[in-house]
Design a protein around this ligand. Structure first.
Ligand SMILES: [Fe+2]
Ligand SMILES: [Fe+2]
Length: 293
């Protein structure tokens, strides 16, 4: 059941310590010499032979384009989440703790989208839009799927965005504007994750084998979906490498391995908490996301 006193505390923090992107992020600051737009650790090509063949300028440009991709994916998926939250608060009482928390979350998520859009502008990003298939599944999920499925999907995305925010805020070689964007997001997503896990308990605590397996697969699908928005062939054309196809292929497979290694620990802990790893799901996690389960 929902831990009401804990959620009340989160509502109070959200009200008493609001983080406004306009004030929190030093938008006037420019990138420093030899700084990156995102931590090199998160770069799709990081630690490959091909990465070492890039010039310093190309490495920085790669980080700019990939950061634009990440920012765009967050803005877009959070927009879908807001659509869903707006729909579910219609069935709640306005004085209930769930309703009041979701209102705070909506306020924060709208601010995040505004922040991401401003950040894309600031780095002069030209993000590549999600495909028609992405659009189709994104909208179907937000509009028609059962609440618990959508909440699981949102939580999966939040767990990943939270890890990206954590890495970005801590990396001294990353542009200060991106670091502060990451910091704000990391702080506020932490609260959303606590609420989402609490809210999901009514579905996950009593879940049998099939439901647990399905929830586990849903998390996996969402991570796969998010990953597919990040690495794009067009980016390698833009940074002027001789053979974009080869770079793109290497980036795609390297990114999966890197991502599994550095970005999935909290997701793995969540799936473990809901008992989502079993003989049916483990092979999928290993083969699709290259994770060690
Ligand atoms: Fe957010
Ligand atoms: Fe969130």
């Amino acid at each position: 059941m929902l831990n009401e006193s804990q959620i009340e505390r989160l509502i109070t923090i959200s009200k008493e310590k609001p983080l406004l992107p306009e004030k929190f992020v030093p938008w006037h600051e420019e990138i420093g010499i030899n700084q990156f737009y995102m931590p090199e650790l998160l770069s799709s090509l990081n630690q490959t032979e091909l990465y070492n063949k890039l010039t310093e300028f190309q490495k920085i440009e790669l980080s700019r384009h990939e950061m634009a991709q990440v920012l765009y994916s967050y803005a877009w998926t959070e927009g879908l989440f807001c659509l869903f939250m707006n729909k579910i608060i219609l069935d709640l009482k306005p004085d209930s703790v769930e309703y009041r928390f979701l209102l705070r979350e909506l306020i924060e998520e709208f601010r995040h989208q505004d922040m991401f859009a401003t950040a894309i502008q600031k780095i002069n990003g030209k993000p590549i839009s999600p495909s028609k298939i992405h659009n189709f599944f994104g909208k179907i999920t937000a509009k028609y799927l059962p609440k618990s499925w959508v909440f699981i999907s949102c939580l999966s995305i939040e767990l990943i965005t939270d890890v990206y925010g954590k890495y970005t805020r801590k990396d001294p070689n990353t542009y200060i504007v991106m670091r502060k964007v990451g910091e704000l997001h990391h702080i506020e997503e932490g609260r959303h994750i606590v609420f989402a896990e609490n809210w999901l308990k009514k579905y996950t605590e009593q879940a049998g084998f099939i439901k647990r397996s399905w929830f586990s697969i849903l998390v996996l699908i969402n991570i796969y979906y998010l990953q597919s928005l990040y690495v794009k062939k067009e980016i390698f054309k833009r940074i002027g490498v001789e053979n974009p196809d080869i770079f793109f292929k290497a980036a795609k497979s390297n990114f999966k391995i890197n991502f599994a290694k550095h970005c999935t620990s909290t997701t793995k802990e969540f799936v473990e908490r809901i008992n989502g790893f079993n003989w049916l799901t483990k092979p999928l996690w290993r083969s699709v996301l290259k994770m060690e389960i």
